[in-house]
Design a protein around this ligand. Structure first.
Ligand code: 3PG
Length: 225
């Protein structure tokens, strides 16, 4: 939403700038942990454990009542770069921004959500699953997107095939990715990093196994790309 009538809203983030910022986030580590947080009291230790293992960029999904509080807490953890995932509405975007998120992630890409993120200066890693999705984002000026849900949408062969006619788009594939297949995604020229929940298993978070989570993060951070 850069123009409203004759008035140009110069403060809105452009898709090009959003893509630059998202490329920087994706460059921080090979993996962005995708976090579903049930209890905000675990947020600080969880973020510290992941950052200590070498994964500074964190996506907290807005799927639980504790998510916004967790984002606010994690935003204060040294070395962490916290984003809000599962953004669906304008309200989600505003709440995520207010909580301290520095990037947003969504399962798909609607014009309304992209408008809201641009107006709120929140770079959106918008979900794509097809060539038409990618073309719509390219037309709007985006060059970095999420590929979701990656494995059920064809995984590595699909990304490779779409990269041939559409090499302008780079991806953070997410959904069904683990330590086993992450390496294959990261080897593709159009993949900047991957997203995944495997580095923060619910049971380890519940048990406060922070050392275990740091070990999983370190293993993920060492993935070649
Ligand atoms: C999600 O939306 O939950 C993410 O895509 C994470 O998927 P994963 O649990 O398969 O890593």
């Amino acid at each position: 939403m850069r123009a409203k009538g004759t008035q140009i809203r110069t403060s809105d983030m452009t898709p090009e700038h959003a893509s630059q910022l998202n490329a920087q986030v994706c460059a921080l580590a090979p993996v962005i942990p995708v976090l579903v947080i049930d209890d905000a009291s675990a947020a600080e230790n969880l973020a510290k454990a992941l950052v200590a293992g070498g994964l500074p960029a964190l996506e907290v999904t807005l799927r639980t009542p504790a998510a916004l509080e967790a984002i606010a807490i994690m935003a204060g953890v040294k070395g962490g770069v916290v984003g809000a995932g599962t953004l669906l509405t304008d309200k989600d975007v505003e709440a995520a921004k207010a909580a301290g998120a520095t990037f947003g992630v969504s399962p798909g890409a609607t014009d309304r959500l992209l408008d809201a993120c641009e107006a709120n200066d929140l770079p959106l890693l918008a979900g794509t699953a097809s060539p038409s999705d990618i073309m719509r984002l390219l037309e709007r000026g985006y060059s970095v997107a999420k590929f979701f849900p990656a494995e059920v949408n064809g995984g590595v062969p699909a990304l490779k095939a779409m990269g041939a006619p559409l090499p302008q788009m780079s991806f953070c594939p997410t959904g069904g990715i683990s330590l086993k297949n992450a390496r294959d995604y990261l080897a593709l020229p159009n993949v900047l990093c991957v997203g995944g929940s495997w580095v923060a298993p619910a049971a380890m978070v519940r048990d406060g196994d922070w050392a275990g989570i740091t070990a999983l993060a370190a293993e993920a951070a060492a993935l070649p790309r």
